[in-house]
Structure formats: C-alpha cells, structure tokens
Design a protein around this ligand. Structure first.
Ligand code: TEU
Ligand code: CA
Length: 546
C-alpha cells in the first residue's frame, strides 16, 4: 500500500564516520568543517540524508559512542556553530542530517555518572544500574560485548555498575523515569535544530533486566519506544532507525509497524552473521553460502509486508568492507562492487551507503596489534593471547572482521594521505589510495561511483523500486542471485552472479529495456546465457509471455 508515503521510504542514506571523513584543520582528525567541504560531492552522488556517527563530547574510549555531553560537540570535531552550519548547508542541498542517538549508556565522564558514583544517596544514583556484589564477586556472570564481566566494582560505594560495552560506558537505568525524561529533553533539543531524525544505537538493549541476564528485547522495550515517540519525534516527519542485533521479522514489525508509533525501521543483522560459525563470535569465520543469503534476504523482503519497512545495508562503521568480504578486492574489485550495489539497491527498503563504499574501498592489512585503534579488536586480542591462540590467527581475524577496516580515512585523491589530511592521520590510510580514490572515480565514467549514482537516480524515478513486490527466482545456479520486482503490471528482473566463475543463466523471457548493468552486453533475450564473473544486470520484462 502506498497511501501514507514517507520521505524516508524514497530516500538513500549515506553514513559519515566523522573522524575519518575529511580533516579541515590539519590535526589528522576528520571534523564538521571537513564534512561541509564535501557536501557537494554527496549532492553529486544524489543521497537524501546523512547518518552522522556521534559528534558529541566524548573521551573517545569507543570513538564517540561514549558520550560525556549530549548537547556539546566534541572539541576535535568543531563547535556547535559548525554543527548548526552543517545542518543548514546540508538543508540547502536537500540533505537531512540523521543524528546518532547513543542512550543505552553514557561515558563514565558524563556528569550524571560522576554524580551517580559519588554516593548511594546522590540524586543521580539511580540514573545507572548499580548492584551489590555477591560474596565479594560480581552480581552475576553477565558479559560485556567488549569481553570480560559486564559488572565493574566501583569505589567509593563498593557497589558494581553495569556496562554492556566498555568499562567507560556505564549503562543508563531506563527503568528510572527521570532518565527517560532527560533523554527525551535532549532529543527535543536536537529536533529543534532541524535535524532529519535519529539512528538509535543498540536500542534493543534499553529494556534490559540484568538480574535475569536479559539484555536484548526486554519486556518494556516497546513501551519505552512508544513513550519516546510520543514525547519527541512522533508526528514530526523524521527518520528513525534502530540498531537491533536481535531482530527477527516478527520483532521488526513491532518496531516499524506504522500503527504502533515506534520507529521508521530497524537495522537487522541476520545476513551479517552468515559468515560466522553459528553460536560463536564474529571472529570465528566460515565461508558465506549464497543460498543462505538468498533465503535471509527473501525472508526479510516478503515477511514485513505492510507492517514494517526494511533498511538495506552491506556496511557500517562496525563491519568489514563488503567488497573484501563478499566480493573480490583483487582483479574483480570493480565488477563485484557494482554487482553488490545493484543487488542491494534494487531491493525494497531504504538503502544505506557507508562512506567509501561508493568507490569500492577495501579492507586494510595489518601486521601487528600496535596498528589497531579499535577497542573491540584490542580487547579480543588480549583475551585470545591469554587463551593461547596464535598471534597470526588473531591478526587474520582482525584483518577479516576488525572494525578499523571500515574506519581508515576516506580516500579522496592520490596525494599524501589521500587528501584526507595534511598531517599524520589518526588511523593510517589504506595503502591502495593511489588507485582507489574519489578523484579517480569521478574521472572514470565506468567507475563504481557512477553505478551508485545511477542506482540512486533510478530509485528517484521508478516507484517500482520503492513499492514493487519481491519474488525470488528459484531455478538458478546456486551462486546466481536473481529476483523480480512487480509493480502495477510491470516486472523487472535483477540477475547477479555472486561468484568469480562464469555461471549459466536461462529464462524463457524477453525484455524491453536494460535498466542498469555492469557489462556492455545486450540483454534482449535471456535464454541460454553465460554470466561473466560477478555480472549483474537489471531488465524490464516484456509483458507478452512466450
Ligand atoms: O554497536 C553495537 C554492537 O553490539 C557492536 O559492538 C557490535 O557487536 C560489533 O561492533 C560488531 O562488530 C553499536 C555501535 O555501532 C558501535 O560502534 C559501538 O561500539 C557500540 O554500539 C557501543 O555503543
Ligand atoms: Ca581536524
């Protein structure tokens, strides 16, 4: 049903990781003025909104996901004036700014926590989750995502506080109505600035019941989100997207059914886990099985129906680069990056592009743990060294899955440090910047950039891409991912060879138009074809069946 069309259903969002996007003042750290300098580039790409990873004041234990003041800008990134200018300059280019809302936890340097830990009688005590130890031990064996106990013993009171992430990220106590009110006030402060919405960090954890060791999907989660909606963005035409690692389609409908007044959509991660050993961690690797990817995508494309809305993504600041992960970052880099783009952007939902994805940026290769900045990788390294893993094995895991892969500086041109900074960058630039950079991409009419630009343009001009029904083509080779989109009597066929081998493809249908492809081939008839490695094309099918 297309009755209540929302702007974010037609949008493509671009994620900026500010620390690594563009440095404007030569301190080696990306900043707000740097983003403003690059808005024309994003306008050229054609995106409608920027998801801005956190820019708030933070001691940077987890690169801004540990916030010490929600209403101030991190000094390294600039000032509130710069932020206001960014919102305004973006608006002039019809680009909305989506702020990252990190409210499961704060920094331990947030004034609320400094008060909270001071004494049991402090009015802010119940802003966080405090428990007494059990026989001199942590209250229970709940673990932090960044490893080790989720409980930290704290002087002066001798109680433990909960931290589902690092020790410098104490969890807020959402059961306390004053906490929720303080968060809503802060959200309204940002809404009043004219932002376009919120991306909500680990929002599925806020209903946690730590004593029962329930973290995700706690019993009051949706009650809290409905309350938040009513008190902040409800009725204000904003995009809200929750980061929800534990979402199934059933759960995603609870968040995004328009009748329920919660969020616009969620990020679900089912496809992201497909190259992990089931039940183990992200570091325990296994090869991606294409049939499983088809199943997961088909399920999400069909099961939300009209009671929810999908987000579509391959990358973010926590994930390895998709072309290195499920494409081919060697001789088929350009072909496979375009295939992945076509596959994702022809699906139903709101696509998200992570900075550098549009030029096919790749993972980096490190030789030593000293090159790592990311707290998650560092903690994993220490943990596995202690458990007896070999250094080489651990470094392989970090090179494959570590979060710094996504966080190396944006590659703008072939000058020193890729045009990101004139100084030493906070994290080394990927060695391949002389071949892979924006300047090169813009100069080459066959580049990955122009495939993304065209996909975004197509979405603006073809309601079929936004509203059409999805249907998987089932009788294909295993490594061919093909699907139809059907809308108002029109059908498009999307065919993607998800492998570095040629693959057979045959369909007894003819076409009237090639919409986009990553080859120069002609696609009038579709029977008995041989797909080149990573070949991808989209065609409009003739109505007359043969
Ligand atoms: O990520 C949630 C989260 O669970 C990640 O730590 C994830 O498990 C891991 O990175 C997968 O590689 C969000 C943010 O996106 C992340 O950057 C933060 O570190 C985390 O929350 C804490 O705020
Ligand atoms: Ca800077």
């Amino acid at each position: 049903m297309t009755t209540n069309t929302q702007w974010w259903q037609e949008a493509v969002v671009y994620q900026v990781y500010p620390r690594s996007f563009q440095d404007s003042n030569g301190d080696g750290i990306g900043d707000l003025k740097g983003i403003i300098q690059r808005l024309d580039y994003l306008k050229k790409l054609g995106i409608s909104a920027i998801w801005l990873s956190p820019v708030y004041r933070s001691p940077n234990d987890d690169n801004g996901y540990d916030i010490s003041d929600y209403e101030q800008i991190m000094a390294e990134f600039g000032t509130m004036d710069d932020m206001d200018r960014l919102i305004q300059e973006a608006q002039q280019r019809e680009i909305k700014i989506i702020m990252d809302l990190v409210v499961n936890h704060t920094s331990d340097e947030h004034p609320w926590f400094i008060e909270s830990r001071a004494s049991k009688e402090n009015p802010y005590r119940d802003f966080y989750v405090w428990r007494e130890g059990a026989n001199g031990q942590a209250p229970n064996d709940l673990e932090s995502t960044f490893l080790g106990s989720a409980w930290q013993l704290d002087e002066p009171t001798g109680d433990y506080y909960l931290h589902l992430f690092s020790q410098k990220q104490p969890d807020l106590n959402w059961e306390n109505p004053s906490v929720r009110q303080a968060i809503y006030d802060m959200m309204n402060f940002w809404i009043d600035k004219g932002i376009g919405g919120f991306r909500m960090d680990v929002i599925d954890l806020v209903g946690k019941l730590p004593d029962q060791k329930i973290t995700g999907n706690g019993p009051k989660l949706h009650e809290y989100l409905q309350e938040m909606n009513a008190q902040t963005f409800g009725g204000k035409d904003l995009l809200t997207v929750g980061e929800t690692w534990g979402a199934t389609p059933e759960i995603a409908k609870l968040y995004s059914d328009p009748q329920r007044n919660e969020l616009s959509m969620v990020f679900q991660f089912e496809h992201v886990a497909l190259d992990e050993e089931p039940g183990k961690s992200k570091w325990d690797l296994r090869p991606l099985q294409i049939p499983e990817l088809k199943n997961v995508f088909s399920k999400w494309q069909t099961e939300l129906g009209n009671q929810g809305w999908n987000s579509l993504f391959w990358n973010n600041h926590d994930l390895p680069r998709i072309v290195s992960r499920w494409g081919n970052d060697g001789s088929y880099r350009v072909q496979s990056a375009k295939m992945l783009a076509i596959l994702l952007h022809m699906l139903k939902g709101t696509p998200y592009i992570y900075q550098g994805e549009e030029i096919g940026m790749t993972n980096r290769v490190i030789q030593d743990i000293s090159e790592v900045e990311d707290i998650e990788s560092k903690n994993m390294y220490a943990d596995r060294i202690e458990k007896g893993y070999s250094k080489a094995d651990i470094l392989t895991s970090i090179n494959t899955k570590g979060r710094d892969n996504a966080r190396t500086p944006m590659q703008w041109d072939n000058t020193t440090n890729a045009g990101f900074t004139t100084n030493t960058p906070w994290l080394a630039v990927n060695k391949n910047y002389q071949e892979i950079n924006v300047e090169q991409a813009l100069a080459d009419s066959n580049s990955i950039f122009y495939t993304y630009q065209k996909l975004i343009e197509l979405r603006k001009n073809h309601p079929l891409i936004i509203w059409g029904n999805f249907e998987l083509v089932t009788d294909t080779a295993e490594e061919v991912f093909a699907y139809y989109r059907h809308y108002q009597g029109e059908s498009w066929l999307i065919v993607c060879n998800f492998s570095d081998q040629t693959q057979p493809f045959s369909l007894n249908k003819t076409t009237t138009e090639t919409i986009i492809a990553n080859t120069e081939k002609e696609y009038h008839q579709l029977s008995d074809r041989t797909l080149a490695p990573y070949e991808a094309f989209v065609v409009k099918l003739s109505n007359i069946s043969e």
